[in-house]
Ligand binder design. Structure first.
Ligand code: SF4
Ligand code: SF4
Length: 364
């Protein structure tokens, strides 16, 4: 397993140009150099050279990051802040007592038994998975959907029996382990999942932008010789758009869209909306800016998170839309929290939920 020291050369690539500061959503709220990646890299470079100790104060700045990746997108040196912060976190946590508890909770037997129990309890509420369709789809369900059965029902309602859905026994994508610096457990999940991606299916589908982005990051962390062999990697929105499906809302409604940080391309959304009758799409200001929830960030930095979720909620409210649609369970939680805080009544739904419960499929 790598150590922070292995990233010394990478950290040295930072030219201190400051471009990351101009795009970091947190730097806009807290204009402190240590909040954007430039300052974090200066501190961590000091640690790798032995000039600084990986202290509680440095850890505070490691935790002040949404892992939105905006800085990497613009960084001329293409430095991967998320990867470096995960290894720095791991090094800081290594000898902490609370880390032993986190590790126990995240260990494969404990973590998997929690998910499996949820899965068994929700079996009664799930429709039978289709095995008849011509198109073979490997479904990476993610932990939230393994416990809650609604998404299965939405998929069944939208696609009926047109897909042959295969669900290998995947582990968690590993994002919660990365956030806590539990690199051993992350690598274990990555290796286990990679082995299950060797099918000849037409595509792998996810409905969580963060799961997809984590799965695609595996080659940066582990190399066990396995390769993702399926032809395409998409989310349900891409698949619906590619199949040219048409929908009709039961009554005239207006919708807006929040783009999760980890969703690389959102062009499926406007393609789907253009084929939906009775629906008007109202694009919101900064529709692609972070909602501010970002998993454990919200618990570690509640004040900052609240400021961001409220700002996002005001932007949603300003559209006057009936629904705000997104494609990430963590964003759903953040948007609901923000809208409740400002007393707005816009309903938050995932794309699948909206299409399955508010619309009907128009058959050609
Ligand atoms: S954009 Fe990249 S190179 Fe420029 S200061 Fe930020 S981290 Fe360094
Ligand atoms: S990942 Fe996002 S929040 Fe973190 S330093 Fe980069 S731009 Fe800022």
């Amino acid at each position: 397993m790598k150590n922070l020291k292995d990233f010394e050369k990478e950290l040295n690539k930072c030219s201190k140009c400051g471009l990351c500061e101009s795009v970091c959503p947190l730097y806009k709220l807290v204009p402190n150099d240590c909040v954007a990646s430039k300052g974090k890299f200066i501190m961590l470079h000091g640690v790798t050279k032995g000039d600084l100790k990986l202290s509680k104060n440095i850890n505070k700045y490691i935790d002040i990051c949404l892992k939105c990746g905006k800085c990497k997108e613009f960084c001329p040196s293409d430095i991967d802040v998320c990867q470096i912060l995960s290894y720095a976190k791991s090094e800081y946590m290594r000898d902490k007592f609370c880390y032993k508890i986190t590790k126990l909770f995240q260990s494969r037997p404990v973590f998997r038994s929690i998910i499996k129990t949820g899965q068994i309890l929700s079996t009664l509420f799930r429709p039978k998975v289709s095995k008849q369709g011509k198109m073979q789809v490997v479904y990476f369900k993610g932990c939230v959907n393994q416990i809650f059965p609604q998404t299965d029902r939405y998929i069944h309602k939208i696609f009926k029996n047109n897909l042959n859905i295969i669900e290998p026994d995947f582990d968690c994508c590993g994002l919660p382990f990365l956030s806590e610096g539990n690199m051993e457990r992350f690598e274990q999940a990555a290796i286990s999942n990679l082995k299950k991606f060797t099918s000849d299916a037409d595509c792998i589908v996810t409905d969580c932008a963060s799961c997809k982005s984590t799965l695609l990051s595996y080659p940066k962390y582990v190399d066990d010789g396995s390769k993702i062999k399926v032809k395409t990697f998409m989310n349900w929105g891409d698949l619906i758009a590619d199949q040219g499906m048409k929908f009709k809302s039961k009554k005239p409604v207006s919708v807006t869209f929040h783009k999760p940080c980890h969703l690389k391309s959102d062009e499926f959304f406007e393609r789907i909306m253009s084929r939906c009758a009775n629906i008007s799409y109202r694009k919101m200001e900064e529709y692609d800016s972070c909602c501010g929830f970002a998993g454990s960030f919200a618990f570690k930095n509640p004040k900052l998170s609240h400021t961001m979720v409220k700002k996002k909620a005001k932007q949603i409210k300003a559209t006057g839309a009936d629904y705000v649609i997104t494609t990430c369970p963590s964003c759903v939680a953040g948007l609901k929290q923000g809208l409740a805080m400002i007393g707005a009544r816009t309903k938050v739904v995932t794309l699948l939920e909206f299409l399955a419960t508010k619309c009907s499929v128009i058959e050609d």
